[in-house]
Ligand binder design. Structure first.
Ligand code: 6PG
Length: 517
């Protein structure tokens, strides 16, 4: 390790893929970084990476800006005060482990620790309070994976507003950038040559926990986006006998239109990839069991807890759960019958592709509507003021769900703001309600085809049920309330009486009297 001769601007603790790349990104933006990891090999790794980046970018004359530390005491004494420390360690106990060690090592009241992991938002709320008399615990969720962290992620900071004032210049420098005129990402992935122009994909989200909550919902939407694409893949391959390469071609084409997204783009690449071992499409050699780290599940749980309908997000979580039941699926595939496979004609395939494109777009609108409504309902409950136009804006680049679609959402919220009327549900935005009206018939046809062919499409289908439920002025919850009143005297409101007045019918009494309760 080298001797420190000056104080550094930012500390980074945890040099896994995300921490390492965040450290290099911060350094590319002229900040001096003191870096630490329990694993010294990772400390050496980031130093070597910076050196080789310099050589490759022909900037060997530039000073190295990342400096390795042997322990947290050394990291603290290397940093300019009040300190700014970025934590990039796994969510959960490791965050508190590092915080305790920092307290022992002498962290001070005015120092800021920024948790950038996928922490559970309620843990973040607790941590801010728990560490308040020792240091400022701040959080900033990060989206964009490895490459995002290195060349520009989407950053969702929340917590003490004074801390944000100090963090903001660094965050705006390292964040992904969007062209202000077009709303499109400015994509340049060159070490030593960060994107400095355009609008940064970061904005102060709100008090402690708000940023992690918003990131959690981002991930819920991400789960739905991914599953929708996967359902399209299964329908096209199993139902319409298209090869992985043909589907890759189609996804590439779709990526040029309203379905444009980073996830669509990488799905095409995944489908295109040949397996270096068997020569077959790699996707056919990847076992069909999906993992999950928990953020999609947390989103679904949160929606259930607060009573916000988010069926498409929940179905995406269930789809991963079903995928893990491989043994049962293999057994049941021999036992349960479905419709006989019918060879589709070219014309049928062609027609279905157009219907599916519409269905995906509509289902995407529905799942984003669910995610944004969930954030709105939680914000009301928590007394957060979330700016949804800003949230949509910072998701236009850098993050995993980045897509031109986010520009339409940004504009929908901006347009609503000019009228002063709150956009309670994205389905109400003119741009989306019109698209849905135009495409809903195709959506229905695509879902019917999936049902008739016996191919599961839980997200595309549940999104349609969500859409149809919101179109219903009257739902059968009247009967449901009747059932509840019958067996449990749970009462009901009447359509001809003021809201909030409760009535009960004495179901067991021969007279069947109705009483106001
Ligand atoms: C992102 C990703 C990132 C990560 C998730 C994946 O926004 O950069 O969402 O947070 O890829 O942890 O989660 P699963 O393992 O649950 O798919």
């Amino acid at each position: 390790m080298e001797n420190h001769t000056k104080l550094y601007d930012v500390g980074v603790i945890g040099l896994g893929v995300m921490g390492k790349n965040l450290a290099l990104n911060i350094a590319d933006n002229q900040y001096h970084v003191a870096a630490f990891d329990l694993d010294n090999v990772k400390v050496q790794g980031v130093l070597e990476q910076e050196q080789s980046d310099r050589v490759n970018s022909k900037q060997a004359d530039q000073p190295l800006r990342v400096h390795g530390c042997n322990n947290l005491s050394e990291l603290l004494s290397s940093l300019d005060k009040p300190r700014i420390i970025v934590l990039s360690v796994p969510a959960g106990a490791p965050v508190d482990g590092v915080c305790s060690t920092l307290i022992e090592a002498g962290i001070e009241q005015n120092d800021i620790v920024i948790d950038t992991g996928n922490s559970l938002w309620t843990d973040t709320v607790e941590r801010e309070a728990r560490y308040a008399d020792k240091f400022t615990f701040f959080s900033s969720a990060v989206s964009g994976g490895e490459m995002g962290a290195r060349f520009g992620p989407s950053l969702m900071p929340s917590g003490n507003i004074k801390a944000w004032d100090r963090i903001k210049p660094i965050w705006e420098a390292i964040a992904a950038k969007v062209d202000a005129d077009t709303g499109l990402p400015i994509e340049r992935q060159e070490p030593g040559n960060p994107v400095t122009e355009g609008e940064p994909c970061t904005t102060y989200i709100g008090p402690a926990g708000a940023g992690h909550y918003v990131k959690m919902v981002h991930n819920g939407i991400e789960y739905a986006d991914m599953q929708l694409i996967c359902e399209a893949y299964q329908l096209l391959s199993d139902g319409f006998q298209m090869s992985a390469n043909e589907i890759a071609d189609l996804f590439e084409r779709w990526n040029q239109g309203s379905l444009n997204s980073y996830l669509m783009e990488i799905s095409a690449e995944v489908l295109r990839q040949a397996d270096p071992i068997s020569g077959k499409p790699l996707v056919e050699m990847i076992l069909d069991k999906a993992g999950q780290k928990g953020t999609g599940l947390w989103t679904a749980v949160s929606s259930l807890q607060i009573g916000c309908p988010a069926p498409t997000i929940a179905e995406a979580v269930y789809a991963r759960a079903v995928s893990t039941q491989k043994t049962q699926r293999v057994a049941l595939s021999q036992l349960l019958s479905g419709p006989a496979a019918v060879k589709p004609s070219d014309e049928e395939r062609h027609t279905f592709i157009a219907q599916l494109e519409s269905a995906l777009y509509c289902a995407k609108i529905a799942s984003y509507a669910q995610g944004f409504q969930l954030m709105a309902m939680t914000a009301k409950e928590r007394n957060w003021t979330l700016d949804f136009a800003e949230i949509a804006k910072i998701w236009r680049a850098g993050c995993i769900i980045r897509a031109t679609f986010l520009q339409s959402i940004t504009q929908a919220y901006q347009a609503a703001a000019t009228t002063g009327i709150e956009l309670e549900n994205l389905l109400m935005a003119e741009t989306f309600s019109q698209a849905l009206s135009l495409k809903q018939l195709d959506w229905r046809k695509a879902v019917s085809t999936a049902v008739l062919k016996g191919i599961p499409a839980p997200c595309i289908g549940s999104a349609l049920a969500y859409y149809d439920s919101y179109r219903c002025e009257t739902l059968p919850a009247n009967l449901l309330q009747g059932q509840r009143d019958y067996f449990g005297a749970h009462t009901f409101e009447r359509t001809d009486k003021p809201a909030g007045e409760k009535y009960h019918l004495n179901w067991s009494d021969a007279k069947r009297e109705i009483n106001k309760v």
